[in-house]
Design a protein around this ligand. Structure first.
Ligand code: BES
Ligand code: MN
Ligand code: ZN
Length: 499
């Protein structure tokens, strides 16, 4: 989808404008007034002759005869919340899907969103529209009935002063949507297509497409590095593990300490010998969504030419039962030298991540953020609205929360106290890989925390946020928006003391 900025009426197939409530009547903003005038009063007539005023999140399609989507925008004086603004954009996109318009003019810069700029409004709108129109049909053998796609959007900003901001927002929104769609596409691919080798190939393509430096470590190299935890997981699978490293150097100083993103790339998680139940096991193709979000964040960051050095590390493997697979009670030695008693082979994410975290230290990171569909317990705790956030540094945690809020991709912090870490004590090894019944998301994070050396680190558990959302059950592209906003905020001086 192409987006472009315009100052006034465009020759588009369709227009989108807001209608507010006032008393019991319809109150038009400046744009709707102008459209109404051009249509000889047809919009006003529709409401005065009984059309119901759309509420926030609803839209009304009118024909003047040109189609006009009127989106409900609540009381004008109130000022919208971020969430209401996104609902309004989603309603507009939903209504557009029902038209045959190839291009649409959005007259929504005039909406007042509390504390948000024209840049923010344009960026958020592109993200929401792209996600509303997202489809995944590359594996259907026949072309699908043309689920309507919009080709371009004209974003109308009458004020010259705001136009520069909005133009920036559109551009960033486009880059962000590209990254989120990459993460969605990789997530939606099935486990027989999206294997560790497939992810490694896709990474190598990003040299040309995004100018990234890409390295793929094979199992021999991992063995030489003594990554015994990661390799123990892939031993039960016929697909060799890959450790993918993506580098983007955008900082003025190429040696400036990078932000390192570590993403779980488990391309299918059957649980191993601690086999999962059959119901919904197909969802475990999504167990690489953390890794996919690292691909997406680097793609978007490179597209935006973010002034920051960023390294992505993606340990990728399958987790299957086989004669060579990990067995409950096995003890493996991680790259850090710590021994791990594997009490449940289904707690494999932390096994591949712990070696990737140890490996991350070599980049002398300013911060390390890992992203993983790590625990069912996190889904129970927070559901789909928020990713679980854990950190050994409160400034880093606060910034991630703030960036997530701005991006409409929220995270909520949970504790990392020693009281929980004790649940991981093992009589046989340095640490056990599970911590018993209580607080599963926390003990998983406590496990990872043991492998973070002395670097600043945060962990995002995206088990509840990476996919789902009835009825489509597709990958969400989260937390690409949070990560990209975070990188951008860091590039603009947030966490200045760290970089
Ligand atoms: N990939 C799963 C976590 C998961 C489960 C994500 C459901 C999304 C939905 C992870 O590898 C796993 O199996 N975790 C176990 C840990 C347990 C054995 C301590 C879990 O959550 O059940
Ligand atoms: Mn598992
Ligand atoms: Zn898993």
């Amino acid at each position: 989808m192409r987006t472009y900025l315009a100052s006034a009426a465009e020759t588009c197939d369709c227009a989108v404008a807001a209608v507010h409530e006032e008393g019991r009547g319809a109150a038009f903003g400046a744009a709707a007034k102008a459209l109404d005038k051009a249509a000889g009063g047809a919009l006003q007539r529709a409401f005065s002759s009984g059309a119901a005023l759309p509420k926030v999140g609803d839209a009304l399609l009118l024909h003047t005869p040109k189609p006009v989507v009127m989106v409900g925008a609540g009381k004008k004086s109130a000022g919208l919340s971020d969430g209401d603004y996104r609902k309004i954009i989603a309603a507009a996109a939903g209504a557009l899907r029902k038209t045959s318009a190839a291009n649409a003019a959005f007259y929504l810069d005039e909406l007042a969103v509390k504390g948000r700029s024209s840049e923010w409004k344009a960026r958020a709108a592109v993200g929401v529209v792209e996600s509303e129109f997202y489809r995944f049909d590359e594996l259907k053998s026949k072309p699908q009935p043309p689920g309507h796609r919009i080709k371009s959007i004209a974003w109308i900003v009458p004020s010259a002063a705001r136009r520069k901001l909005a133009a920036n927002g559109l551009q960033e929104g486009g880059a962000l949507a590209e990254g989120a769609n990459l993460a969605r596409d990789l997530g939606n691919l099935p486990g027989n297509v999206c294997t560790p080798a497939y992810l490694a190939d896709r990474a190598l393509q990003m040299r040309r497409s995004h100018g990234l430096q890409v390295t793929v470590l094979e199992e021999e190299r991992m063995a030489a590095l003594k990554m015994g935890a990661l390799l123990s997981v892939s031993r039960g699978s016929r697909e060799p593990a890959k450790l993918i490293v993506l580098k983007y150097n955008g900082a003025r100083d190429p040696k400036a300490p990078p932000a390192v993103l570590v993403g779980k790339g488990l391309t299918f998680d059957a649980g191993g010998i601690s086999l999962k139940p059959a119901a919904n096991m197909e969802d475990m193709k999504y167990d690489m969504c953390g890794g996919a979000s690292v691909f997406g964040a680097l793609a978007a960051g490179a597209r935006m030419q973010i002034k920051l050095n960023v390294v992505g590390v993606i340990p990728s493997s399958e987790n299957l039962p086989d004669g060579a697979a990990n067995k409950p009670g096995d003890i493996v030695t991680s790259m850090s030298g710590r021994t791990i008693e594997i009490l449940n082979t289904d707690a494999e994410g932390r096994l591949i991540l712990c070696d990737a975290l140890t490996y991350a230290a070599r980049f002398k990171p300013a911060v390390v953020v890992d992203i993983a569909t790590l625990t069912g317990a996190c889904v129970v705790a927070l559901g789909a609205p928020a990713s679980g956030l854990f950190s050994n540094n409160q400034k880093l945690a606060a910034q991630l929360i703030k960036s997530g809020d701005a991006a409409g991709d929220r995270a909520w912090q949970l504790p990392l106290w020693d009281d929980y870490a004790r649940q991981l004590d093992s009589p046989f090894a340095d640490i056990a890989n599970i911590g018993g019944r209580g607080a599963g998301a926390v003990t998983a994070a406590c496990f990872l925390a043991k492998f973070t050396g002395d670097f600043r680190w945060a962990h995002l558990d995206i088990a509840g946020t990476a996919w789902g959302g009835a009825p489509r059950k597709l990958a969400s592209g989260r937390p690409v928006p949070l990560l990209v906003q975070f990188l951008r905020d860091c590039a603009q001086g947030a966490l200045r003391d760290f970089f």
